[in-house]
Design a binder for this molecule. Structure first.
Ligand code: PLP
Length: 380
């Protein structure tokens, strides 16, 4: 018997209630069957983004929602600052440049944590219309202090655009309280729904600062106007929206603070288990690292082999390192529909696979270390 288990930082496992909702018959998107679902989903998205502003919903992955920000905000030749410390930061450098922005890149080595003082210093040297940042750099496991980075950017008057694709619904992202102008995310990560929906919370300031790049499907004005009338501009993936509605309801019923605390505990458990095995962490050993745990492969063993062995032996899917780190580190995602027993399962399987591969790991301690860390002192 094979029981597939998904431990990637997106897509993530989807709760059965969400899957069941999506299996219901298709309704028409301009009928009274869909309007309440659409209205509730948009309202729930605002609650999860902690904003009073419009959250625009697109039939796209997270990258599509991000492209909506680039297409609406960038006018060719304008100065923009992109903070990059991994794969996704580099994607936003490439995308803003593709739209003709004069891109200044505040570049860190993969695995480093961006520093607000660097943002402040860079903006004193060269102004920017917007500062683009990644909250959870999924390629490295680093969760940046977006509140502090945004505050530094705001001192110069720049707009702040945040990639919260893997972090929204896992760690705090206070759109209004932290004055974030645009927050972008996707359905398939901590929001516990399948891939296919991208979202962008867009402040009035960002909306007013729209530029002249060509756009149509991702035009904010078209989508905002239509959403306000509960009349989607294009055919929405009605089943995905209905599923997301249920998933957001589960998150809000648990309570966002409780959800964030659960993620802190899951991150602690995963790191404690990995360390107990004798492995070295790549992502920082701190509570903020609550999205994905990046772990270095032991000497002499490629992470390609670890990923493959977990799949072949136990039908467990984890993520390999990306870019230069492919083969060198592996990543265990713990966002969304996860509890501590998911973490103990993946650690137990990892231990068995590492023993098979001849790694020098301590046996029998990872699971109890993880459970202890999960139960440890209250999260403040
Ligand atoms: N940004 C981050 C931080 C991500 O983790 C991802 C996906 O892994 C993306 C952007 C891209 O999202 P998508 O694959 O949904 O386009």
């Amino acid at each position: 018997m094979e029981k597939p288990r998904l431990f990637t930082p997106g897509p993530t496992p989807v709760p059965p209630e969400v899957l069941a909702k999506q299996a219901e018959p298709i309704v028409h998107h301009r009928s009274p069957d869909f309007a309440p679902v659409y209205e509730r989903t948009l309202a729930r998205l605002k609650a999860v983004c902690r904003t009073e502003t419009d959250v625009l919903l697109f039939a796209s992955s997270g990258t599509g929602a991000f492209e909506s920000a680039v297409a609406n905000l960038v006018t060719p030749g304008e100065p923009h600052l992109v903070i990059s410390a991994g794969s996704f930061g580099e994607r936003w450098v490439a995308m803003t440049a593709a739209y003709g922005a004069e891109v200044d890149q505040l570049r860190y080595a993969w695995g480093e944590t961006p520093d607000p003082a660097d943002v402040r210093a860079r903006l004193r040297e060269r102004e920017a219309k917007a500062v683009w940042m990644v909250q959870s750099e999924t390629s490295t496991g680093v969760v940046a202090d977006v509140q502090a980075l945004a505050a530094a950017a705001k001192e110069s008057g720049a707009l702040v655009v945040v990639d919260a694709v893997s972090s929204l619904g896992a760690v705090p992202c206070e759109t209004d309280a932290w004055s974030l102008d645009v927050v972008v995310s996707g359905s398939q990560k901590a929001l516990m729904a399948p891939p296919g929906l991208g979202l962008a919370a867009v402040s009035e300031a960002a909306f007013a600062a729209r530029g002249s790049s060509p756009r149509f499907y991702f035009d904010w004005e078209r989508t905002r106007k239509a959403q306000r009338a509960l009349d989607a501009p294009f055919t929405p993936p009605v089943s995905l929206v209905a599923g997301l509605d249920v998933a957001l309801g589960l998150l809000l019923d648990e309570g966002l603070e409780a959800v964030f605390e659960r993620h802190v505990r899951l991150g602690r458990a995963c790191r404690a288990g990995a360390k107990a095995l004798g492995l070295e962490l790549f992502s920082p050993d701190e509570d903020r690292s609550a999205v994905v745990t990046a772990i270095k492969a032991p000497d002499g063993i490629s992470s390609d082999t670890i990923v493959k062995s977990l799949r072949e032996r136990f039908a467990i899917t984890i993520a390999n390192g990306q870019g230069d780190f492919k083969g060198k580190l592996f990543r265990i995602g713990h966002i969304g529909w996860f509890d501590v027993f998911d973490i103990s399962t993946v650690l137990a399987a990892l231990e068995m696979v590492l023993v098979d591969l001849g790694a020098d790991v301590e046996r029998g301690v990872a699971v109890s270390a993880a459970l202890d860390a999960f139960e440890a002192q209250p999260v403040t």
